[in-house]
Design a binder for this molecule. Sequence first.
Ligand code: FAE
Length: 493
Amino acid sequence: MVIVGSGYGAAVTALRLAEAGREVLIVEMGRAWNSPGRDGRVFCKTLQPDGRAMWFKRRTEAPISNIFGLPVVDQPITPWAGVLDRVHLSDAMSVFAGRGVGGGSLVNGGMAVTPKRAYFEEILPFVDAAAMYGTYFPRANAGLRANTITAAALASTPAYRYARVAMKQAATVGLKTVTIPQVYDMDYLAAEQAGTVPRSALRQEVIYGNNHGKRSLDHTYLADALGTGRVTIQTLTRVDGIRREPDGTYVLALVQIDERGHVVRRREIGCGALVLAAGSLGSTELLLRARDGGALPDLPASVGEGWGNNGNVMAARWTNDRVGVVQSTMPVAAIDNWDDPVAPALVEITPFPMGFESMMVGHLAVAKIPERATLRYDAKAAALRADWQRGDNAGAIRALKRVMDPMNRKFRTAYRADLFRGGRIFGDDFCYHPLGGCQLGKTTDAHGRIPGHRGLYVNDGALVPGSVGVNPFVTITALAERNAAEAIVPDLS
Ligand code: FAE
């Protein structure tokens, strides 16, 4: 039994299969982030990145490139098996993704948000919402060890001054604000603030990994899975192709590399059951290559369709109030503008921990937009592509403006135009939340099984049809719990 990838869908599937007595091999292209480098840190410093920062890049490619209009953020690095990847799907869209044991949980902002039930029912009408909200979302949040900052801590922690400033200004113009659960340990954060433990969230760490405090999957689901004694993780090994023997065995072509990227071994392994959980892009790419390359020609024509960016767009505004030099990288608050009939969105209040008083507040919108793209594999360029165009994010920008414009008007403040490439006000050409490509109930059956391919499953963000209205990992985890409980484990036990 093989699982490709070690992010949310993979970690859940591995744990539940192992608990049911199955031996599981996880194949993960990134490394295990559990041993310190020569500087004593597992992950590099955010403002002094090295090869650990990014997946085989010569230069970092951070979401924000400029400070005061100067392109000083990105720095040259040695190509290495680093933790954050940026995959360029088209001129108008690139996707950030985690690489390593734990997938996106190693680099993400830790916001653990359960979607609005009405929207969940709208996007996945055939999924039993009562079971999701009664059983699988609570199970996912427990497995992820989500916790919530107390009202007292939010009101007083110096590192959340930026959140308080934004919440107050939002409330002044009549917007609703909410506290958001986190997988970062809020007790650890309090200890950071008190100066009794090494800093991580308060030391600018997030996109290149957190050295402390973060309950990433390697500390939760994957640790529990390994604890069963039935799960093995093969790291630095990429699944490069899937074919099938006449007896039904799936054969995976594996390419193992060292941390500098040199190929150390190529081999094939066979398995009777295969779960693809390599993320929206990774799982879709494997299926596209297998179908279009002729190895699995009967895969559904819909593979690649229904891909979306979850309505992601980022921007920042000047404030007329100080937001604090030391800011927690772990967002705990948002503006909930989901009831806006024109352009609904959840708008995160994000930090910009630049190490000086920046007088700015950032926002990442997760907007409800209908735009979807189709992913295809360009064999010549050996790259995944999407027909996503710049205008496709116009609805997300509109949703973000409906939150930020009133605050700018009221407080006589302005958008910052000095952060993104080309002097853009809106960071609309990248996303953190790739979703879809192997949609539940379209490319797969209602539980992630690929029709006509016994023993082949998808169980990750590729199943979610392009948008879920909030940050997605709780939804991906809960759907994976559901598919494991209702299909994968019963099928394979
Ligand atoms: P994912 O976690 O991406 O795992 C896929 C794994 O498969 C990775 O470890 C890959 O290295 C591996 N892989 C891919 N292809 C292959 C292959 N061919 N062979 C072997 N291994 C392979 O998938 N979401 C939230 O809910 N809250 C947040 O606050 C949040 N912040 C984010 C911030 C950043 C900077 C980023 C990048 C993402 C953020 N996300 C957030 C999104 C979240 O991390 C993402 O939705 C999930 O990680 C997706 O989970 P999957 O299981 O689909």
